[in-house]
Ligand binder design. Sequence first.
Ligand code: SAM
Length: 341
Amino acid sequence: MSTKTLQKVSEYEKSNVNSRLRCFKRHISSQKQSFAEELSHSLSHESKFISPKFFYDKTGSELFEKICDLPEYYLTKTEIEILNHLKTELPHFLHDDFRLVELGSGSSTKTRHILDVLHETQSKTEYFPIDISDILESSSQELLSLYPRLHITGIIDTYENGLEFLKEYDSKNNLIVFLGSSFGNFSPKDGLKFLKKINSIMKDSDLFLIGLDLIKEKSILEKAYDDSEGITRQFNLNMLSRINTELDGNFDLANFAHVARYNENEKRIEMYLQSLTNQTVQIPKAKLSITLQKDELIHTENSYKFSLNDIEDMMADTSFEIKRIWFDSNKHYAMVLASKI
Ligand SMILES: C[S@@+](CC[C@H](N)C(=O)[O-])C[C@H]1O[C@@H](n2cnc3c(N)ncnc32)[C@H](O)[C@@H]1O
């Protein structure tokens, strides 16, 4: 670790779970404070919103895993199909020793396809997951038993803060992966900014692999975000339970409906919590009292969908050279491998 990285470490609680796994987690008080501060801004707007990064407390992360198994949620299945194929082609791009860095690693289940490739040829494989959710620690522990030569340094924090950790970390090549269409949560403007940020911390020899969901029929898209078992509904409503638990809020979940719709002009799925009645809600720890009218919407997520042209333009605009694009058999999803120009 460089001196700069060591300075950053003081902002984190470090746990050395064992000799092959260490985790850095931002101090809990500063996490709670940023949740309260962001809400006090985003819920006092005329158009109320809550950032999707707050979906992922313990229950939220568990619900997301259930979503991945739903028949309607084609995203996980298509990405796995591509990753299976990619396993045979990826080694052609990895001419040297690479560390695997993952943004939003979650359960690290899909990651295993890439770890299989690295672990087969390396005497020591390094994995550097970054995730805002505590799920990172248990997922990492599971990996240790599957990969005996694996060493993990996990950062439990936002993508941006995790990437700061990586800046000037050492001279080893990084393969940075961003799976699960999580990039789709960024607005086009913030997405470009984020890709530039990734590009700026990459060395010339580093590689970036990103999974992006493609534009497709509205009915397929809307079912994926509003499943028949109501798991996505629970996932969306859990945001309010989390506010109640962590910030002493008094949301009555029965007063809200889950709404998911595809906005064709904006090329995005929009997810909302809709107030079913006129109501006032208190969130003491965010110093908030919010009034909601019947049918008023709280915007909780955008999930942007892309055309091939969008992807090519976006990568070129952020100084990436596309090395290869893979698609699933239905062309529902794309995975892009790129390097710095
Ligand atoms: C859509 S899930 C994808 C999980 C996994 N990569 C997959 O493909 O199944 C998004 C993951 O990113 C994490 N996450 C969401 N927003 C984040 C942020 N702003 N910073 C860091 N992690 C974030 C969540 O905790 C979650 O594990």
